[in-house]
Design a protein around this ligand. Structure first.
Ligand code: FMN
Length: 367
């Protein structure tokens, strides 16, 4: 057994049974308008059955405006409560803590012909064809309200926590990045590092649902010229950790255009755990626990990252899609070298459709 993967971890009043969390790559199994389907229930039941301590359900849109890909899960309407509750129940029944990610795509939101999208500023972005409208303070207030409503719905649906997506092509990342945030008001990079919007969301969620576990997914570096840096993200995290964030989920990169398109830092040629070194620095500077994500392929690598105190927990995305027995095998220390490793390709658009390298051998085999 790789013991560091299996030691329990306490967060507030909750005990996580081990150190491995299922990351939220989208399953694309919701209905076209975002409702829960039997397929998505089955998918998450299987994912929770992999033995992970928690499952972060894929980025669910908090509003019609924030919707960013087809078949994206929806928490922006009270009508979704029943389906979202059943999803939480399936995960909990398999022994994992259910969390759900709240997503707004900002300038990356889907738009039909002649539609505009909202972002921090009106500046032109390569790959964004729609007209970008800078959010007014009223629009920001409305969006804070949408986040709080989404979180309240998640709480009422039985989730132990939510993850606020402030990385991977989300509106909140666009506020934190100097590349997309050119504002000069209180929401600007200059005045608050672009974090005032997040502070208001956290404050709203904490007063509506004080017991909800709050995880923030944050990009430690944008990896684009003029983008956010490690020191800026540490500064942001320091300003947020005492406002109610319980845990940080660490990634890197910034995507504009299609949020289903992964940043090259996570592509085929990325090394094992490419963000580990920055995560170690981040972890050292921040008092809240952190989850390390990204290209963590082998159980041995995962175990040693935990042992070295790079992070408190790790999250696994595509690897778990390729190999649902990954954690079980770490327990019994069977490392089957004939089992082909995940190729980390950029076309793994959804766990449920299986791996393009293994046609016909999708381990999930959803009907
Ligand atoms: C096609 C695709 C879309 C993704 N979309 C999201 C997302 O919406 N929210 C999120 O937190 N992570 C998203 N991810 C990132 C995964 O959750 C995970 O952090 C990432 O794939 C790195 O972990 P892995 O190398 O173990 O897959 C996506 C990943 C893929 C492959």
């Amino acid at each position: 057994m790789i013991s560091s993967l299996f030691s329990p971890f306490n967060i507030g009043t909750r005990e996580l049974k081990n150190r491995v969390v299922a990351a939220p790559p989208p399953s694309l199994l919701a209905e076209s308008d975002g409702w829960v389907t039997p397929q998505i229930l089955e998918y998450y039941q299987k994912l929770a059955g992999c033995g992970v301590c928690a499952v972060i359900v894929e980025g669910a849109t908090i509003s019609h405006e924030g919707r960013s890909w087809n078949r994206q899960l929806n928490v922006g309407s009270p009508d979704s409560l029943q389906g979202i509750s059943r999803l939480a129940e399936k995960i909990r029944n398999k022994g994992a803590l259910p969390l759900i990610q709240l997503f707004h795509g900002g300038i990356n939101a889907q738009r039909g012909a002649n539609l505009s999208v909202y972002g921090p500023s009106e500046n032109i972005q390569p790959k964004i064809l729609a007209k970008i409208i800078a959010m007014t303070p009223d629009k920001i207030r409305q969006t804070v309200h949408d986040y709080v409503s989404g979180a309240t719905l998640a709480w009422n649906a039985g989730y132990s926590g939510i993850e606020i997506q402030a990385a991977e092509g989300s509106l909140l990342q666009q506020f934190l990045s100097p590349v997309t945030n050119m504002r000069t008001d209180a929401y600007s990079i200059e005045k608050s590092g672009g974090a005032l919007f997040l502070q208001q969301i956290i404050q709203g969620i904490k007063s509506a649902c004080p017991d909800l576990l709050l995880v923030l997914k944050i990009s430690m570096k944008d990896h684009i010229p003029g983008g956010s840096t490690l020191s800026a993200s540490i500064k942001t995290a320091s300003s947020l950790q005492n406002r109610g964030i319980d845990m940080f989920h660490l990634t890197e990169g910034m995507v504009t255009g299609n949020p289903l398109q992964l940043h090259p830092t996570l592509g085929k040629n990325a090394p094992d755990s490419p963000f580990a070194e920055d995560a170690q620095t981040f972890h050292h500077e921040i008092t809240r626990p952190v989850i390390l994500s990204g290209n963590i392929c082998t159980q041995q690598n995962a175990g040693s990252r935990l042992k070295q105190n790079t992070a408190d927990l790790i999250s696994i995305g595509r690897t778990l899609n390729r190999d649902p027995d990954w954690l079980l095998n770490a327990h019994i220390e069977i490392f089957d070298s004939t089992r082909r490793k995940c190729l980390r390709c950029l076309v793994c658009t959804a766990a449920s459709t299986g791996c393009p390298d293994q046609p016909g051998t999708n381990l999930w085999l959803l009907q």
